[in-house]
Design a protein around this ligand. Structure first.
Ligand code: SF4
Length: 394
């Protein structure tokens, strides 16, 4: 029965990105243009070494984030789109508003409302339709919340909901209704510390790990984990490096794809000097998302010794063709990024128009196998609530 699907809460509402609280939020998250960082004290510099200051591009990533487009009318003006789309976007975005960094604009064809890059981010009226089987918590993650900020969904790994905010709002996001406020209870107050580091969250994760010697990998997820600042990353990796049974740290991120300026020299130095195995799983869906600044950011991440993968969501009207995915994987493989997962859409309320039938997904994978070497074909998977791993679709 059709009802509105905008009852959920996304981090942008709870915390920082709604326009009316933006200035407060910028303070809360230290989102303001930055001078070169001098946050490392002498003792901090002893682990694992001195970091260099500065970012790789201009403007810096915090400025790009703060100046992201939130007004659908402005987006339509920038892209020569009919203003009627802006009104739909305003209605459809009530629970999960438009948020798009300007770095993405050059990748979108002007005047084309069906552009595959735009489609991922522009709220459309279909989102307001309720469709049976599409729910606010399709993966039933709320049941897996074991402690503030920690999801223990998988054997031997824990997932940290590092930060509630995102640099972009992907319309198909399966966490668009996730109760970040609950997951990160206490975190907001921590942001008021002078350094911006979240000592209590780090301490709680370290405490959890100390009583779970079976956990060998920590996965940083979100929201968007790379939205936390460089000194915070240093604090996290420094703390985790002291856990004897921990082997890997993994970061699931869309940030280098949407704001490549986030790959700062400080971040690179921190990753490079972390003794744990680093795995970075990028989220990209269309080859046009990989422009020159993104390619440059990827190469620099790779130079830290991190292993890089890409995961994508199979999305109707975006990448539901072998040609698009072949181009995506070819392009990324040239940058040293290997395919990981191609996800069947999680059936989250508001995203039904992105669903590709599984039989079509299987056809696409079969075609990828014909056209690409085996190592460039991703695992086609779906997530099943309560399952201890992704479920392959054959
Ligand atoms: S960046 Fe990731 S968590 Fe954020 S809206 Fe997009 S898919 Fe969701």
């Amino acid at each position: 029965m059709p009802v509105r699907s905008d009852s959920g809460i996304h981090p942008s509402q709870v915390f920082e990105y709604s326009p009316q609280v933006r200035s407060d939020a910028n303070h809360l998250f230290n989102i303001s243009p930055v001078k070169s960082s001098s946050a490392f004290t002498t003792s901090e510099a002893a682990w694992p070494g001195e970091c260099q200051s500065g970012s790789l591009g201009a403007p810096d990533w915090k400025t790009v984030l703060a100046e992201a487009i939130r007004d659908p009318q402005e987006l339509c003006r920038e892209l020569d789109l009919p203003s009627s789309l802006a009104e739909h976007a305003r209605q459809a975005g009530k629970g999960f508003p438009l948020l798009l960094p300007r770095t993405v604009l050059p990748r979108i064809r002007k005047g084309d409302p069906h552009d595959p890059v735009l489609r991922q981010f522009l709220p459309v009226w279909e989102e307001t339709q309720a469709v049976e089987g599409f729910t606010t918590d399709p993966l039933q993650e709320q049941a897996a919340l074991t402690a503030p900020g920690i999801l223990a969904k998988y054997h031997g790994r824990i997932l940290i909901v590092t930060h509630p905010a995102c640099p972009v709002h992907c319309r198909y996001c399966f966490r668009r209704h996730f109760p970040y406020a609950q997951a990160l209870a206490g975190k907001q107050a921590e942001k008021e510390t002078s350094t911006g580091v979240q000592p209590r969250l780090i301490a709680s994760v370290v405490e959890y790990l100390s009583t779970h010697p079976d956990v060998t990998e920590v996965i940083f997820s979100g929201g968007e984990p790379l939205i936390i600042d460089d000194p915070e990353w240093k604090a996290w990796l420094k703390a985790l490096a002291d856990i004897p049974h921990l082997r890997r740290v993994r970061v699931h991120t869309r940030m280098p794809i949407v704001i490549p300026q986030r790959v700062t020299a400080d971040l690179l130095a921190t990753f490079e000097r972390c003794p744990l195995t680093k795995v970075i799983v990028l989220h990209a869906n269309h080859p046009r998302e990989i422009d020159n600044p993104v390619s440059d950011a990827i190469l620099r991440l790779r130079a830290t010794g991190a292993v890089l993968f890409v995961q994508s969501v199979l999305l109707a009207g975006v990448n539901d063709s072998p040609e698009v995915l072949v181009e995506l994987y070819e392009k990324l493989s040239e940058l040293g990024v290997m395919p990981y997962y191609l996800h069947q859409l999680d059936r989250v309320a508001g995203a039904h128009h992105f669903e590709v039938p599984e039989h079509r997904g299987r056809e696409i994978i079969a075609e990828l196998r014909r056209r690409l070497p085996g190592y460039l074909v991703p695992q086609y998977v779906r997530e099943v609530p309560g399952a201890t791993a992704k479920v392959p679709i054959f």
